[in-house]
Ligand binder design. Structure first.
Ligand SMILES: C[S@@+](CC[C@H](N)C(=O)[O-])C[C@H]1O[C@@H](n2cnc3c(N)ncnc32)[C@H](O)[C@@H]1O
Length: 385
């Protein structure tokens, strides 16, 4: 979107047309209504904006009043993440968002006492300024290439480098724009820096002294934050949103155990991604069956947002024939399979192991110390209902 187009959408006339267009759901009718008032290019612009505002409702509570371009919306942090990330900046008197985009993160960073936002593209800064104002926030707005210039002397900085270069997704910090070289320059300015990186980043290869926070929304790992200086609170952390459950890598010891006890626990992905399985095991007095597996086991039922418990009914070495016999014996016609370390996908096994019967069973197929195992279970929630 060009600055001229954004100006138009922000103007009283543009806003009125957006309101009017929202009321008409049919795309062809929308364009017809708009064409009576504006040129075809601007009619398409307004119609596209209405579409983006609808799409953005998954990320922002006030999407209907905000303005987006499709790339900016795709790259934007959702409000729930941005507010969480921004909390760490609350105490700082001056914060700079070096790559503000349309302002997803800036919404949360505006919890700081004063905020400056910056982007290499004027259009992004305009969108960011408008979107902040929708939430009653404001910031000093700047357009600059962060590799060449950024405001000095701030207490803390935030960076969310672009991870899509010429349409291709990049995973390595070195390949994102601005890159790690800019981060090193920012760190010289202030040690307090937060950097948002790809959730697929292989963070163990990073040679950086920082906290790694894996943030998951609705069970999916969405972001990894690298926290430097006073913004860091631990070495590794996993956070579940919107519950705000947080797990950190301090004070734990491991209890490895191969035997599967009365309950098997499936662990939230964010905790696994942050390599905090041992912390959960220690906090809840559970045992990890095999560190590579990501399951815990114990004799008691534990209630935690990090753990989904299953009551173990039977454990046996895996043999397709014997597993089917056991399922038949249990009349487990409603089968759900969860597998790890098996070539075939769970769905393939569900079809393959179909037996008649009215009972349900969650079957875990995995390998412990290399040996394939079948664990027949019942979800605890199902037992209680
Ligand atoms: C991933 S997006 C930021 C998204 C933003 N945090 C949000 O939640 O809406 C990255 C942004 O970095 C900007 N950018 C890329 N290279 C830049 C540079 N050298 N200096 C400043 N900004 C840059 C892009 O224009 C893009 O808007």
């Amino acid at each position: 979107m060009t600055p001229k187009e954004i100006h138009f959408l922000m103007s009283p006339r543009g806003q009125k047309l957006l309101d009017k267009t929202h009321q008409e759901k049919d795309l062809a009718k929308r364009i017809r209504i708009l064409r009576k008032e504006i040129s075809s290019d601007y009619a398409a612009l307004v119609s596209r904006q209405v579409h983006l505002q609808g799409k953005a409702q998954r990320k922002f509570t006030r999407a209907r009043e905000m303005l987006f371009d499709s790339e900016g919306l795709e790259q934007a942090s959702a409000e729930v993440v941005s507010l969480h990330v921004g909390e760490r900046y609350q105490e700082y008197t001056s914060v700079v968002d070096l790559t503000c985009g349309m302002g997803g993160d800036a919404l949360g960073l505006a919890q700081a006492q004063s905020l400056a936002v910056m982007d290499i593209m004027l259009s992004k800064v305009m969108l960011c300024q408008h979107n902040l104002s929708v939430y009653g926030k404001n910031a000093l707005c700047l357009v600059s290439d962060a590799t060449l210039w950024f405001p000095r002397g701030a207490q803390a900085y935030f960076m969310d480098p672009a991870r899509r270069i010429q349409g291709k997704r990049v995973k390595r910090l070195e390949d994102s724009v601005p890159s790690i070289a800019t981060l090193q320059r920012v760190l010289k300015e202030s040690p307090n820096v937060g950097v948002k990186v790809s959730p697929a980043l292989d963070y163990e290869k990073l040679d950086l002294d920082c906290e790694i926070e894996v943030i998951s929304v609705g069970g999916e790992c969405r972001e990894i934050m690298l926290w430097f200086g006073d913004l860091a609170t631990t070495k590794r952390r996993a956070t579940l949103l919107p519950q705000k459950a947080s797990l950190s890598s301090e004070n734990f010891s491991t209890l490895p155990q191969e035997k599967i006890s009365s309950f098997l626990y499936q662990v939230e992905k964010a905790a696994l991604r942050a390599k905090l399985l041992d912390v959960l095991a220690s906090n809840f007095e559970l045992a990890s069956i095999d560190p590579t597996l990501g399951y815990l086991t114990g004799e008691k039922v534990v209630s935690s947002p990090w753990l989904t418990p299953y009551r173990v009914c039977h454990v046996m070495p895996f043999s397709e024939k014997k597993v089917r016999q056991e399922l038949r014996k249990r009349e487990a016609g409603k089968l759900s399979v969860k597998s790890k370390g098996f070539v075939r996908e769970p769905l393939w096994w569900e079809k393959r192991l179909q037996v008649p019967g009215k009972n349900s069973c969650t079957l875990f197929l995995f390998r412990v110390s290399g040996s394939p195992l079948a664990v027949f279970t019942q979800p605890v929630s199902q037992e209680l209902s």
